[in-house]
Design a protein around this ligand. Structure first.
Ligand SMILES: Nc1ncnc2c1ncn2[C@@H]1O[C@H](COP(=O)(O)OP(=O)(O)OP(=O)(O)O)[C@@H](O)[C@H]1O
Length: 663
């Protein structure tokens, strides 16, 4: 852990030192300008990574947001004489507003459909910039002057100006301003992504349904992700306008959006270094592809690395020798191709395409992802050690949010759920008393999971009412219902696959955070306190289900049985009054089922009420106080386990089948 921290702070210090020293090394104005462009693109790509890497949405509209930032700065200068400094926050605000516009379709469509919508957004913005000549000067574009260091012109001519106010920035000074903007962006983005907000972004990517059911509103957090991303694109745009001193509509076309996406993909998603590396690549690649000598050196370097890695794989992985040899041969062929080339300019696009294809195919996590894996193999101690988090030993691991409710906790009243011609639930009424375990059983397709989905707001019932603690639930969103105290697990496990175990539980603890967005961005004490308390609580919940040893493992690497236990820990993090368990014993081995039964008993003992769907009759009969039986969407029996077990209709419709299946 210490080594890792040391490495990370040493890395940051080296990065800072490089940023400070670079202009002393790179004195050519041309290359200095390229460095400024890299810093500006890095800011944009760090923002794009929030949407693309973290929430998993493909946006082809970021060049337009970039253009909106640039044109905000341009229009403010051209029409109102408003200079560089006020333009920066205003560009952030204007682009953020457009970020909300772009987020709205993301709430309805995802994947390729969203990509198409964002593409349309980009095209419309470009057309508008072209057509609204009064505002934007149309295809002629807008010219800007080098920014003043301190702009006091807005005070009026009568106020005497001091020297600095008339001094225009030199390229090197502009470089430092762009570098400071980049460092601030890195700090703020790092804080946001390491907080409960960053986890919420990842959670909604991995399972939107589970996020909502954990009280993490997909709607709210998707909009937030787009706003953060758009704000950074706006800032980058304004910096770009003053760096280039001329902007025109064709600077912000579709190709630029595609380049941005490729830059994040090639650099490496979900990392701070990846977008910066991506920016370096898209800025330097055109230069690299113009200089044949440099191109040959780089192709040679890549071939050398491939040969070394290939030789290692040849020895260590004898079963996949042919597969491992292919990238080595391709890299060597690329090097030979670079030697045979006389003039590279004719092949620029083809070479660019081949490089992208190669990276996307062989380095799906980008260059940074590849390097991380290589470091993990060579120096496992640097990446595998995590902070030792002590479980919260003072409080109880499991607490119910509203203990002591008397009467009926959950009242399902004549609920009907119709899917076209199919009645999945047909006038079902159930009463669940507080502190009990209420079983819900029935043959496959009888409507049990549909009932869970109705109770958690995923389905709105066609008719009937659901009252929880006397309050009507129909029409509430899943995240509101979770906030009211109903937590659930899923029949088909819905974990946040790329998050670690502790992070999965922390998503369930999202409701414990009171810190505002600004507090998170500024890293104020409250968010640090809340994060520490939440981590301790998450650890105690992992202890409770017996998974504490695996806290820092990614959820997707867990065996199936343990995934179900993790879902229970995550649901308990909500401090619910009612816990809905949908077939928690499915796929578990006999010892795992025994462990599960103990956990459910302890949960009930802590004061929670449980609704349990289960096909394992011994589990149902051993745990439940009351059992309701469904068949073809109708309630056919209800009572104590022994009564239900002896019921003729139940034996005929279900238990006979279960007995036969068990034999
Ligand atoms: N979204 C939906 N659209 C259409 N039909 C659905 C939908 N959800 C469920 N159904 C149908 O409703 C019926 C009840 O399904 P449900 O999943 O609730 O049964 P179940 O009792 O949970 O079964 P199992 O034990 O196999 O999980 C089934 O016929 C199912 O195909």
């Amino acid at each position: 852990m210490l080594a890792r921290r040391l490495l990370s702070s040493t890395g940051s210090l080296i990065g800072l030192a490089v940023l400070v020293v670079l202009p002393f090394v790179v004195t050519s104005p041309y290359y200095l300008h390229l460095l400024v462009t890299i810093a500006i693109f890095s800011i944009l790509l760090l923002g794009l990574d929030v949407v693309f890497g973290y929430t998993g949405e493909v946006s082809i509209g970021h060049a337009a947001l970039f253009g909106i930032g640039a044109y905000t700065a341009g229009c403010l200068a051209m029409h109102f004489g408003i200079g560089f400094w006020p333009a920066l926050p205003l560009a952030i605000i204007v682009a953020s507003v457009f970020g909300v516009v772009l987020a709205l379709p993301a709430l309805r469509v995802t994947g390729p459909y969203l990509a198409m919508v964002t593409l349309a957004f980009g095209t419309i913005v470009q057309i508008l910039i072209n057509e609204m000549t009064d505002l934007t000067n149309g295809p002629l574009g807008i010219k800007l002057t080098t920014p003043l260091f301190i702009d006091l012109r807005w005070l009026g001519d009568s106020i005497p100006l001091f020297d600095m106010s008339l001094k225009r920035m030199k390229e090197v000074e502009y470089y430092y301003i762009a570098a400071i903007a980049l460092v601030l962006t890195l700090i703020i983005i790092n804080r946001i992504l390491a907080s409960h907000l960053g986890r919420a972004f990842e959670a909604l990517r991995d399972s939107p349904i589970a996020s909502d059911c954990m009280g993490v509103s997909v709607y709210k957090h998707k909009v937030l992700a787009f706003v953060v991303s758009a704000g950074l694109a706006g800032l980058a745009g304004a910096l770009f306008a003053y760096s280039e001193q001329y902007i025109a509509p064709n600077n912000f076309g579709f190709e630029l959006s595609v380049q941005f996406l490729l830059a994040v993909t090639v650099g490496g998603r979900k990392s701070r270094l990846g977008p910066i590396l991506g920016a370096v690549i898209i800025v330097f690649l055109p230069n690299l592809l113009s200089d044949i000598e440099l191109f040959r050196y780089i192709a040679g370097g890549i071939a050398l690395v491939a040969v070394i890695a290939g030789a290692r794989a040849f020895v260590k992985d004898p079963e996949n020798r042919v597969r491992n040899a292919i990238p080595v041969v391709l890299c060597l062929a690329f090097f030979v191709f670079s030697l045979l080339l006389q003039k590279i300019t004719d092949y620029k696009l083809a070479v660019f395409g081949v490089m992208i294809l190669f990276v996307v195919y062989y380095l799906p996590d980008g260059i940074v992802g590849f390097l991380k894996r290589a470091v993990a193999q060579l120096w496992p101690s640097l990446v595998q050690t995590h902070a030792v988090i002590h479980a919260d030993t003072h409080g109880k691991a499991v607490t119910a949010s509203h203990e002591g409710h008397s009467g009926v906790l959950l009242h399902v009243d004549n609920v009907v759920m119709q899917f076209g011609g199919l009645r999945a639930l047909d006038q079902v009424s159930i009463e669940v008393k507080p502190g009990t375990i209420h079983g819900l059983i029935g043959p496959n397709g009888s409507g049990k999971s549909t009932m869970m989905n109705v109770l958690t707001g995923i389905y709105v019932p066609t008719a009937g009412a659901v009252r929880f603690k006397g309050q009507e639930m129909a029409g509430k969103t899943s995240s509101d219902i979770a906030g009211d105290g109903i937590a659930r697990t899923f029949q088909n496990v819905q974990l946040f696959a790329e998050l670690t175990l502790i992070e999965n539980v922390l998503v369930g603890l999202h409701h414990t955070y009171q810190a505002t967005f600004a507090e998170v961005a500024l890293g104020l004490p409250r968010i640090r306190r809340e994060e520490k308390a939440a981590r301790e609580r998450a650890m105690s919940l992992l202890h409770f289900v017996g998974l504490a040893d695996l806290a820092n493992e990614e959820a997707r690497n867990l065996p199936y049985g343990k995934q179900r236990l993790l879902e229970i820990a995550r649901a308990l993090a909500l401090d619910p009054a009612l816990l809905l368990l949908d077939e928690p014993a499915a796929g578990l081995t006999a010892p795992d089922i025994k462990h599960l039964v103990e956990i459910i008993r302890k949960v009930r003992h802590a004061g929670l009420t449980i609704v349990l769907i289960e096909h394992h009759m011994d589990v149902v009969m051993g745990l439940c106080d009351t059992v309701t039986v469904l068949d073809f969407g109708q309630k056919i029996a209800e009572g104590k386990p022994a009564e239900v077990q002896a019921n003729e209709r139940v034996i005929e419709a279900y238990l006979g089948g279960v007995a036969t299946a068990a034999e």
